[in-house]
Design a binder for this molecule. Structure first.
Ligand code: DSN
Length: 444
């Protein structure tokens, strides 16, 4: 029998999954519950909306569509072309960009596409050092970006802000081909204009990776890099609450020539994704990105981002009041970075909190002395809390939970710990908080 709509197809799929692949189906159901019964404060996580989930399950996944709208290497792409063009137009409108590529599989892929297309192996990249909050793809020695390229790292000051004096000195001294700004564990606003001024002094290309702050940028709570950076990348999950995927954007530089090359950024970026790095795109995810970009234009999205800012400010103050060391003393985005003291490691703190359904991640901090699998910091993000519409009372309760759980811990070594008292009742308190502040995106 002909199935002529997406809903019927997906519902049939769910019934079959439950009937024939019970073990997997049960795990999927458990995960739905786990997410609702635990408090996620992972800075890169939030819940996608049901309509984004539905778009991800669409029959578009069956289409092989190398190329771009109207320039495909396969037939049968009339619907794919329509949906990809909507995604491109929506992304440009949303970010005020004049070029968008919606095909990257992730922001890491997007970064490598840009870097490897615009640079030659051995060229110098100036990016934020990981201990100061930079991302792996910004030049870390354990990645391609720090192996095939000569990577130089800049740092933060003792006040927790990007050290622009150092950035300029390193730029003048090393003449990088590319400067990368953007971070994965940094709680201050990034001055994109200042980065561009430095890039222009040494004829470097400027790449802004706004994966962590894309929502703040769209909603006007953070300055936008689109017309300062030659190229901007972001993921489409995190603050955008869309599917896991990447996006490449360019603003006023899109039609200028890439320094030292006879090609515009627009053309180079187009080639960078296909055929340079990727084959056929995940078109179902492109449909979900299109929904995400349209949702991000709504008043509700702006309200959610404004809750992120309020919650981050308030919680940073509460952590300070409770005696935690907040790196840089405050938050200007969605992230609060805690520096742990004494024998308490990031690993132990993460595990102890997880035991009571509070989900965070260990993180390197400025001046880090421990390995990346142990660390001396915790990175906290409030995006998922903002989706729960958390209020001040809820924030106070959560910070109190942190205190109670971590004060009860006795570290034995970097990864093992015992506890002073049995705190089993805290798990019930967390579940009660989760019930009181349900994940809104799941309900609307
Ligand atoms: N970049 C990593 C993070 O910030 O958590 C994964 O997305």
């Amino acid at each position: 029998m002909l199935i002529d709509n997406q809903k019927e197809l997906v519902l049939k799929g769910y019934s079959k999954l439950k009937e024939k692949y019970t073990e997997i189906s049960d795990i999927l159901d458990k995960e739905v519950l786990r997410q609702q019964k635990t408090l996620s404060l992972v800075a890169s996580c939030c819940a996608v909306s049901p309509e984004v989930l539905a778009a991800m399950s669409s029959a578009l996944v069956n289409v092989t569509a190398e190329g771009s709208p109207k320039f495909r290497y396969h037939a049968g792409c009339e619907n794919v072309d329509l949906v990809e063009q909507i995604a491109i137009n929506s992304a440009c409108e949303l970010f005020g960009a004049s070029y968008a590529n919606v095909q990257p599989h992730s922001a890491s892929s997007a970064n490598y596409e840009v870097i490897s297309q615009l640079l030659s192996p051995g060229d110098t990249i100036l990016g934020m050092d990981m201990d100061s909050g930079g991302h792996l793809t910004h030049g870390s020695s354990v990645t391609l970006s720090g192996t095939y390229y000569n990577s130089v790292g800049y740092h933060t000051t003792s006040e927790g802000e990007i050290d622009f004096e150092e950035v300029e000195k390193l730029a003048l001294g090393n003449k990088p081909r590319l400067i990368i700004c953007g971070a994965t564990a940094y709680s201050r606003e990034i001055d994109f204009k200042k980065f561009r001024e430095i890039a222009d002094k040494v004829d470097a290309i400027l790449l802004a990776d706004i994966s962590h702050i894309a929502g703040l940028v769209i909603a006007g709570y953070h300055n936008s890099p689109i017309n300062f950076a030659h190229v901007t990348t972001t993921c489409t999950h995190k603050q955008l609450a869309g599917p896991r995927g990447g996006l490449i954007l360019s603003g006023k530089d899109a039609d200028t020539l890439v320094p030292g090359k006879n090609i515009t950024f627009r053309r180079a970026l187009q080639k960078a994704v296909f055929p340079w790095m990727q084959g056929a795109p995940a078109v179902n995810l492109i449909a979900a990105k299109a929904v995400t970009f349209q949702k991000a234009k709504t008043k509700e999205f702006k309200e959610y981002i404004s809750r992120i800012r309020e919650t981050a400010n308030f919680m940073a103050e509460e952590f300070n009041k409770c005696g935690f060391e907040v790196v840089g003393g405050k938050s200007e985005n969605h992230t609060i970075l805690l520096k742990l003291h004494g024998e308490m490691t990031g690993y132990i703190a993460e595990k102890a909190l997880e035991k009571y359904s509070v989900i965070v991640n260990k993180n390197r901090i400025p001046g880090e002395t421990r390995t990346s699998t142990v660390t001396s910091g915790l990175r906290i993000g409030v995006g998922a809390l903002a989706q729960r519409n958390i209020d001040k009372e809820g924030c106070v309760e959560i910070v109190k939970l942190f205190c109670e759980i971590l004060e009860n811990v006795i570290p034995i070594n970097d990864k093992e710990f015992s506890e002073k008292y049995d705190l089993t009742e805290i798990k019930d308190r967390v579940e009660e908080i989760c019930n009181r502040y349900p994940i809104e995106e799941y309900l609307v």
